[in-house]
Design a protein around this ligand. Structure first.
Ligand code: GUN
Ligand code: ZN
Length: 430
C-alpha cells in the first residue's frame, strides 16, 4: 500500500556545515510518498498527488515532517538511573551506573527496561539509536528483540570490561568478551534492521589483552561499527595515563590494539591532543558529541566548530543516563548552548542535521536513515511547531522555517512529536 503524507517538509541535499542553511530543502506544502517501508518520492504536495493518485492521503496540516532522530551514543541500561545527583564521571560510574547495570543479570529486568527505553525514544521522535548494553549477553538480545518487534534500526553491543577497575559481577575476560561478542555478532549483525557494534566500554575498564582481542574481532568484521569512550573528563585522562604508561595519549590505548578505524565511534572526544585529532581525521573515525551529558557530569565543552572545520565526522547523542534527557530536541538545545559558550552558535539547520544525517553518517548508515529522499527507509516524525503556549507565541512571529523551528529545538519535548513512523508505519507510542 502506498501512503502520501502531506505537511511541511524539511530534508537535506548536503551538509549545512559545508553549505549553510541552503543545504536544506523546505517545502511549505510538501508530500512524502511511502510504500513497503521506504520513501518512494518526496516533493511539492500537488506534484506528489498527481504522480501517486492511488496513494492513501494522510494530511498533517501545518505539521513539519522531518527524518526520525538518530541518537549515536546511549546506554539503554542506564534508563533507570538517569538524572542521578552530584557526581563526576568516575564516582558517578561507581556509585550509580555499575550498581544499576548489575541488575541486568536478570534477563526479565533487561527485557523490561529495553522495551520501556525504546518506547521512550519513539515518543521523543528517535527512530534509531546506537546503544551500549551491559556485560550480560542477554542484555543485547533484550534490546535487539525489543527493536525487532518495533521494526527499528538499532545498533548495539555487549559492553566489555575485564579489569578490576570494574566491580565483581560486571567483569568478563579477554577471551570471554571475544567469544560472547562474536556469537552475538553472528546472531544479530544484519538480521532485519539490527547492527552489532563491538563495544569495549573504555580503556580504564579493559586490560590490554581484552582490547587486543576486540581489535582482532573488529579486524575479522570490519563492516561492524566499534564504539567506546574517549577523553571525556580530565581525571579520566590522567587515569588512562597511569594505567597505560607507554601510550602516547588516550587514543593510542585504542590505536595500539586495533581499535582505531573507520566505523569507530568515539563518544565525547572533548579534551583531545593535536595528535589525536589528526589521527581521528586521517582515519575517518566518528566523534560523538553528547552535550547534555557533558554539562550534567561536568565534563567540558566539545569543540564543534574546530572539529567540524577540520573535517571530522561528527554525530550527536544523548548518552543516556550520563545525559539528562531521552530527547534529541533537548540534546540539540544543549549543543547550541555549548556552542554559545565556545563562541559559535550553531544554526537550527546544523542542529537538525547533526540529529539526523550527521548521526546517520557517523554510523555509516546515511544511505538508509536520517534523511527524506527516494530510496531511504521511511523513518520520519511529525513535529508540531506550536506544541506549548510558550513555543506557540514565539513561533507565531517567525519569518522563516528556521525561526519557526528554533523555539521547538530550544523549548520542545515529546509534546512536540505528534507522530513517529518507523519503516513506514505509525508507532503505538509517539
Ligand atoms: N565512560 C565509561 N563508561 C561511561 C558511561 O557509562 N557513561 C559515560 N558518560 N561515560 C563513560
Ligand atoms: Zn557513554
Amino acid at each position: 500500500m502506498t501512503t502520501l503524507h502531506l505537511g511541511q517538509i524539511l530534508s537535506f541535499d548536503g551538509s549545512p556545515f559545508d553549505e549553510g542553511p541552503t543545504a536544506a530543502w523546505h517545502e511549505r506544502q510538501g508530500g512524502l510518498v511511502v510504500g513497503d517501508g521506504r520513501i518512494l518520492a518526496v516533493g511539492p504536495a500537488d506534484a506528489m498527488r498527481m504522480s501517486h493518485p492511488e496513494a492513501e492521503v494522510i494530511d498533517h496540516g501545518e505539521g513539519l515532517i522531518v527524518p526520525g532522530f538518530v541518537d549515536a551514543h546511549a546506554h539503554y541500561p542506564q534508563t533507570g538511573m538517569i538524572a542521578s545527583w552530584g557526581k563526576r564521571l568516575i564516582d558517578w560510574l561507581n556509585h550509580y551506573t555499575f550498581p544499576e547495570e548489575m541488575r541486568f543479570a536478570d534477563p526479565a529486568y533487561a527485557r523490561d527496561v529495553a522495551g520501556r527505553y525504546l518506547d521512550l525514544l519513539l515518543a521523543n521522535g528517535t527512530t534509531s539509536v546506537c546503544s551500549f548494553c551491559t556485560i550480560h549477553p542477554h542484555s543485547v538480545d533484550a534490546l535487539f528483540e525489543a527493536a525487532e518487534s518495533r521494526r527499528m534500526r538499532v545498533f548495539a553491543g555487549k559492553t566489555c570490561m575485564d579489569r578490576d577497575t570494574a566491580p565483581e559481577g560486571l567483569r568478563d575476560t579477554a577471551q570471554g568478551a571475544y567469544d560472547d561478542s562474536k556469537a552475538l555478532l553472528e546472531r544479530w549483525h544484519g538480521r532485519g534492521r539490527a547492527s552489532y557494534v563491538i563495544t569495549p566500554r573504555f580503556s580504564p575498564t579493559s586490560t590490554p589483552d581484552q582490547l587486543r582481542a576486540l581489535g582482532a574481532l573488529w579486524a575479522e568484521h570490519p563492516g561492524c561499527p566499534m564504539q567506546t569512550h574517549l577523553s571525556e573528563q580530565t581525571d579520566e585522562i590522567a587515569w588512562v595515563k597511569s594505567l597505560y604508561p607507554d601510550a602516547r595519549d588516550y587514543l593510542d590505548t585504542y590505536e595500539a590494539y586495533g581499535l582505531l578505524g573507520p566505523g569507530g565511534l568515539y563518544g565525547h572526544a572533548i579534551h583531545l591532543e593535536p595528535r589525536e585529532r589528526e589521527r581521528l581525521r586521517e582515519i575517518g573515525a566518528s566523534l560523538v558529541h553528547c552535550p547534555t551529558s557533558n554539562t550534567f557530569i561536568g565534563s567540558g565543552l566539545f569543540d564543534m566548530d574546530g572539529l567540524a572545520r577540520e573535517g571530522q565526522i561528527i554525530g550527536l547523542a544523548t548518552d543516556t543516563g550520563g545525559g539528562s534527557s531521552f530527547s534529541m530536541l533537548r540534546t540539540m538545545a544543549a549543543a547550541y548552548e555549548i556552542g554559545q559558550l565556545r563562541g559559535r552558535p550553531l544554526h537550527a539547520s546544523e542542529l537538525l542535521w547533526l540529529a539526523t544525517q550527521g548521526s546517520a553518517r557517523a554510523l555509516r548508515a546515511d544511505d538508509r536513515i536520517g534523511n527524506l529522499a527516494a530510496g531511504m527507509e521511511a523513518d520520519f516524525i511529525v513535529l508540531d511547531l506550536a506544541s506549548t503556549p510558550a513555543i506557540a507565541q514565539r513561533s507565531a512571529s517567525a519569518e522563516d522555517i528556521w525561526e519557526a523551528l528554533f523555539p521547538t529545538i530550544m523549548m520542545g519535548d515529546d509534546r512536540a512529536v505528534t507522530g513517529t513512523w518507523v519503516a513506514g508505519e505509525r508507532t503505538r507510542v509517539g
